[in-house]
Design a protein around this ligand. Structure first.
Ligand SMILES: [Zn+2]
Length: 354
């Protein structure tokens, strides 16, 4: 195997399939190469242990990582020329298991292609409401959902739609910046260089932008700063890790933000998942090779929207017990799209939040 051309072949294929990540994983006596397709890991190729090691070393070398170091986890990035004059932005990270076998994950940035929110969403109602909420001059909109559920795409598209009406200053703070957008001032967090979310946010607030997009609230400092920004006349959209819309409130609580504080600032909480669409040709979720739905439209977003007015009535006890009387929560909407025939029974069971 010529490693250089095999690497090109891998990246080219991953791009064609719309893969967000390539995993080079060691097994007992082989290496498996997996693509993350439509959120699922699928094994594409099997190579020998020797080939696996060589491909990992090759990418480490390209990204200026320490090729000889196989124990400690390493991470890096590179702009990879996969065909003449065509480049792909890659993020690499390596980790070694207890047997001393190295694993490589290659993330392909910017692979999420532009798409309109309407064509990639199951139900229009939540989307229309979000588009109205984005007109607010100040306040906080929190987005949540699993990794790769399209949160950044949603935030970007909502803001871009609003910008069609009037010119605004928009600052986004992300780690890493995944979608390049010339109309935003995009700031990349770099913790190692001391460029944290908190610091970037502080600097951004001094610019008095109309809208700030925060890639992830992951510590108390950032949470506090986001709240302060929302209280001082900025519209802030931020994503935070939680397993459903109500879980966002609990998560903010863990980060030191009380329910009362949220009730004063939050305009809405959005929880979203990208769900595989049922395809008549495949007679199940549309498969990678099927042409019925294009590769970027094999999944659509289901939004659960918790607007502040519903949210004002809640107490912490309601939230803990998830006893909120809502007519359009995630599971109810999931049922609705099942009844409409947009998804299969199997997918319904898989995406239902217990
Ligand atoms: Zn299909």
């Amino acid at each position: 195997m010529i490693i250089e051309s095999y690497a090109k072949y891998l990246i080219k294929n991953a791009r064609e399939y719309g893969t967000s990540d390539i995993h080079v994983l060691p097994h007992q006596d082989i290496y498996g190469i997996y693509f993350r397709l439509n959120g699922r890991m699928e094994r594409q190729y099997t190579i020998s242990v020797d080939e696996g090691k060589r491909i990992i070393s090759y990418f480490k070398y390209l990204a200026n990582l320490d090729v000889g170091e196989r124990r400690r986890p390493q991470s890096g990035s590179l702009l990879y020329e996969y065909t003449t004059d065509e480049f792909q932005d890659l993020r690499l990270s390596t980790i070694t298991n207890y047997r001393g076998q190295e694993t490589l994950v290659i993330r392909l940035l910017e692979i999420q292609r532009e798409m309109s929110l309407t064509s990639s969403s199951f139900l229009p109602q939540e989307l229309n409401t979000m588009q109205q909420l984005i007109e607010y001059k100040s306040g906080l909109i929190l987005f949540s959902g699993p990794v790769n559920s399209g949160k950044t795409t949603t935030m970007y598209q909502l803001v871009k739609n609003r910008m069609k009406k009037s010119k605004m200053q928009v600052i986004s703070i992300e780690d890493p910046v995944e979608i390049k957008e010339d109309n935003f001032l995009q700031i990349q967090v770099n913790e190692k260089a001391g460029n944290t979310y908190e610091e970037s946010l502080k600097a951004s607030l001094r610019h008095h932008p109309d809208i700030i997009i925060v890639g992830e609230i992951r510590d108390e400092e950032t949470a506090r700063m986001v709240l302060r920004g929302a209280l001082t006349g900025h519209l802030i959209m931020a994503s935070i890790h939680a397993k459903n819309a109500e879980g966002v409130i609990a998560r903010m609580g863990e980060l030191g933000i009380s329910l009362e504080m949220l009730q004063q600032t939050v305009i809405a909480i959005v929880f979203q998942k990208l769900i595989p669409i049922y395809c008549e040709l495949c007679e199940e979720s549309c498969q990678v090779y099927c042409t019925h739905y294009p590769i970027t439209n094999k999944r659509a977003a289901l939004y659960d929207l918790l607007p502040s007015k519903e949210f004002q009535k809640m107490t912490m006890a309601d939230i803990r017990k998830f006893k909120i009387e809502r007519s359009r929560n995630f599971n109810q909407l999931l049922k609705k799209v099942l009844i409409y025939g947009f998804i299969s029974e199997e997918i319904y069971a898989q995406y239902y939040i217990p």
